[in-house]
Ligand binder design. Structure first.
Ligand code: ADP
Length: 175
């Protein structure tokens, strides 16, 4: 049965089949969780991102691509590009849901069982935290209802504020 839970911590420290990166559309690295993943994973990740960037010109918002995880305790990094929050009338919720869905689609394609998500778009991209969490949980539930081949999906929260939000939305499942 699928375990779906929230933990508080640093995504670069968690063993998994895939960790998801909240990348920007160039895939060439940035701050926040993106910077942390590239720093901890080493140059092999950026090398693959550069190839993808050259081949397909980066990654559009809501889409996802997959690379090695380099030195991280994960097998792969799935890079997805969250929407920048622009007030809520620019399709932000649908685009954020697409990030979760397309990341899981890629994971499924590679037969990956344990996936870790950060709180996409809730840092520099300014998405309201509660709405982001609701959108993330809804998108993941919707996907796994139709595709139950995952073993564990974890929302890793870097801030205690986000962790409290996920805990209350997921109820007992969060512990
Ligand atoms: P975005 O541009 O999508 O908003 P950010 O990296 O700025 O991306 O923030 C996304 C989320 O990732 C934020 O909630 C931030 O607190 C969190 N975050 C930053 N560093 C880490 C980390 N090492 N592990 C997990 N989450 C992190």
């Amino acid at each position: 049965m699928l375990k779906l839970k929230a933990v508080e911590g640093d995504i670069t420290k968690i063993a998994a089949d895939a960790v998801v990166n909240a990348a920007n559309s160039t895939l060439l690295g940035g701050g926040g969780v993106d910077g942390a993943i590239h720093r901890a994973g080493g140059p092999a990740i950026l090398a693959e991102c550069k190839v993808i960037n050259k081949e397909q010109g980066g990654c559009p918002t809501g889409e996802a691509v997959i690379t090695t995880a380099g030195k991280l305790p994960a097998r792969y990094v799935i890079h997805t590009v969250g929407p920048v929050w622009k007030g809520g009338r620019h399709d932000e919720e649908r685009l954020l849901a697409n990030c979760y869905r397309n990341s899981l689609l890629l994971a499924q394609k590679h037969s990956l069982k344990k996936i870790i998500f950060p709180n996409i778009s809730t840092g520099a991209y300014g998405f309201p935290k509660i709405l982001a969490a609701k959108t993330a949980i809804k998108a993941v539930f919707r996907f796994v209802k139709a595709n139950n081949d995952f073993e564990e999906i974890i929302f890793v929260c870097f801030s205690s504020a986000n962790y409290e939000i996920y805990k209350s939305l997921l109820g007992k499942e969060a512990d």
